[in-house]
Design a protein around this ligand. Structure first.
Ligand SMILES: Nc1ncnc2c1ncn2[C@@H]1O[C@H](COP(=O)(O)OP(=O)(O)OP(=O)(O)O)[C@@H](O)[C@H]1O
Length: 365
């Protein structure tokens, strides 16, 4: 069997309506090693679907190049026909033919076009995929007779049937309810890890990206904000958006930020000060201190000290394993902290914040 080819995306740019000032994708370069999964994460409008359309060959790039192994898939102004790319896609909407039975949907690509095979080879491939995707007993049903999760499994089986060189996933789990989504996420991660197929998985769900990805590519406004192994990206987020995804869920407004040596800064927040890694945010944005709830400890005294902020408890909610406390830092914002014991609303407390749970963003010049 051929080893899975690497996917190379080089300086890919796409403008819509000749909006050259504001491209939907702006000079994106990334290599996905054969057999690995790249998750593309980003907020709505960041260019995720545009990247998928370019990889699928539905659109041609305005600049740049896509290669799969030694084959050119797209170049400036040109895209190899989607049917000739050896690239299959799994859609958010499943996109199953309503009148066909499961076995015929899975076999579709093996009945038509370049991947047409003998009936015996087709039946054996369908049987293999039915077992792999746990669809036993459902082979003769039509899509309307399946649950959402089963429909999505059929869509994945159909995409795998022709053994594509590249698999694309367009938010495939977002139409499922939370419980099923969690289950399918784990199943899909297991499946992809065992497949040795190169895959690009677009999502705005950080848990999916973490479960499935060998690499994360974070996009914002068509540009790459951060790229690396999931653990690397989460350990050192470079933008407020990535930091919030990584769990830095509280945001405070500092009155002053002083850069320190070693890439750190000291931020004055209300009557206290916090120290943490210093990052540049986009020009024109307000200075921001982001705090991870795991790094915060509650103290009964509320004297302002370095790394400790006086706060006023505004709410305390029982969450099974502990209490989520919402504390107001006067003039700076609200901070969330998880505590083992309850603290009454209206009480003054001191919050000790470890510097590894702090990120300080100031606007780039
Ligand atoms: N056919 C089109 N014509 C003009 N502009 C488009 C077209 N498709 C996308 N855009 C613009 O390109 C940018 C990127 O869109 P894209 O659909 O790739 O984002 P996305 O990250 O997939 O968003 P979502 O998560 O909401 O699907 C957006 O500003 C969007 O408005």
């Amino acid at each position: 069997m051929n080893p899975s080819p690497d996917l190379d995306v080089t300086a890919l740019t796409r403008y819509y309506d000749h909006h050259r000032q504001d491209p939907a994708l702006d000079n994106i370069s990334v290599t996905v090693a054969g057999g690995t999964t790249l998750a593309v994460l980003g907020p709505s409008g960041c260019g995720k679907s545009t990247l998928l359309r370019l990889l699928a060959g539905i659109e041609a790039p305005d600049e740049g190049r896509i290669t799969l192994g030694d084959r050119d898939l797209s170049r400036t102004g040109w895209a190899l026909d989607p049917d000739r790319r050896d690239v299959n896609m799994v859609f958010q909407s499943y996109a199953l033919w309503p009148h066909l039975r499961v076995r015929d949907i899975i076999a579709y690509g093996l009945r038509h076009g370049r991947h047409r095979t003998s009936a015996a080879a087709r039946d054996s491939r369908v049987e293999e995929l039915v077992a792999l995707l746990h669809l036993e007993g459902l082979e003769d049903r039509r899509p309307a007779e399946l649950s959402g999760g089963q429909q999505q499994r059929v869509a994945i089986a159909r995409a795998l049937a022709t053994r594509p060189s590249l698999l694309l996933f367009d938010e495939p789990l977002s139409n499922l309810d939370v419980q099923l989504r969690t289950l399918m996420r784990a199943e899909l991660a297991h499946l992809l890890a065992g497949l040795d197929t190169t895959a690009v998985y677009v999502t705005h769900d950080v848990h999916e990206a973490l479960a499935l990805a060998d690499q994360l590519l974070v996009l914002h406004s068509g540009r790459v904000v951060q790229h690396g192994a999931p653990a690397e990206v989460f350990a050192a987020p470079v933008s407020p958006w990535v930091a919030e995804m990584a769990g830095f869920s509280s945001s405070l407004a500092p009155t002053d930020v002083q850069p320190m040596s070693g890439g750190h800064a000291r931020a004055i927040v209300a009557s206290g000060a916090l120290v943490g890694p210093h990052r540049m945010a986009e020009p024109g944005t307000a200075d921001l201190v982001l705090v991870h709830p795991d790094a915060v400890r509650v103290h009964e005294d509320h004297l302002p000290l370095d790394g400790r902020l006086p706060a006023l408890v505004s709410a305390c909610v029982f969450e099974g394993r502990g209490y989520r406390i919402l504390a107001e830092i006067p003039g700076a914002g609200m901070l969330t902290v998880l505590n083992r014991t309850p603290v009454s609303p209206g009480r003054k407390i001191g919050l000790e914040i470890a510097s590894d749970g702090v990120l300080i963003f100031t606007s780039a010049a």
